[in-house]
Design a protein around this ligand. Structure first.
Ligand SMILES: CC(C)(COP(=O)(O)OP(=O)(O)OC[C@H]1O[C@@H](n2cnc3c(N)ncnc32)[C@H](O)[C@@H]1OP(=O)(O)O)[C@@H](O)C(=O)NCCC(=O)NCCS
Length: 165
């Protein structure tokens, strides 16, 4: 298993893994299958540069994690952690943690970024524990943050300040 970035040419593999992630954990990710269908190829090609992937020996993608920064100058010191996912058959082996730590190391190489933030739906216990295990702190909670199939889910807000001490 290796953790690596992918060239833009592999954008379809990235899109397929995202499709898998929303099929398996619809409440954990924001886009719906229909919304994904309407995205331009350039959307995936643009976002893949800030994504890391877990890849098996036979080149199958089984996990991902990434980040994005807002274009607004006043928010340029914040990285948003997104799309953290490991395929069900590969969970519990430390892949999620390895992916997240790799993303954090990558962000730390960008001196302009001072803070990481993310939202995790309250039902996603494994993800919440994973984030806490690498140093994220819960700073708040949003009620009814998303709605999936007429059910509402709360969201925990987490953040990590870099170079705090
Ligand atoms: C969250 C997720 C990526 C974890 O991937 P993983 O490879 O299984 O995680 P790891 O094996 O690296 O575990 C890392 C830590 O996560 C936590 N964790 C993992 N699985 C857990 C579980 N089933 N229950 C509780 N905590 C769990 C633990 O703190 C664990 O650390 P430990 O092994 O030292 O106790 C995976 O479960 C997943 O894809 N979930 C669905 C998608 C999702 O919720 N994404 C988050 C969107 S915000």
């Amino acid at each position: 298993m290796k953790i690596t970035k992918l060239p833009m040419s592999r954008w379809l593999d990235y899109k397929n893994l995202y499709m898998e992630s929303i099929a398996n954990s619809p409440q954990a990710f924001l886009w719906t299958k229909e919304e994904i269908g309407s995205k331009e190829d350039s959307e995936w090609q643009g976002r893949i540069k800030n994504m890391f992937f877990a890849i098996t020996g036979d080149e199958k993608l089984v996990g991902m994690a990434g980040f994005y920064c807002e274009e607004k100058k006043k928010l340029a010191h914040i990285a948003n952690i997104v799309r953290v996912y490991v395929s069900p058959e590969c969970r519990g082996k430390g892949i999620g943690k390895q992916l997240l730590l790799t993303v954090i190391e990558d962000i730390k190489s960008k001196p302009e970024i001072k803070k990481l933030q993310l939202g995790v739906i309250a039902t996603q216990n494994a993800a919440y524990n994973l984030y806490k295990s690498v140093g994220f702190k819960k700073i708040g909670e949003q009620k009814m943050a998303i709605s999936v199939d007429d059910e509402f889910y709360d969201k925990y807000l987490l953040e990590m300040i870099l170079n705090e001490d």
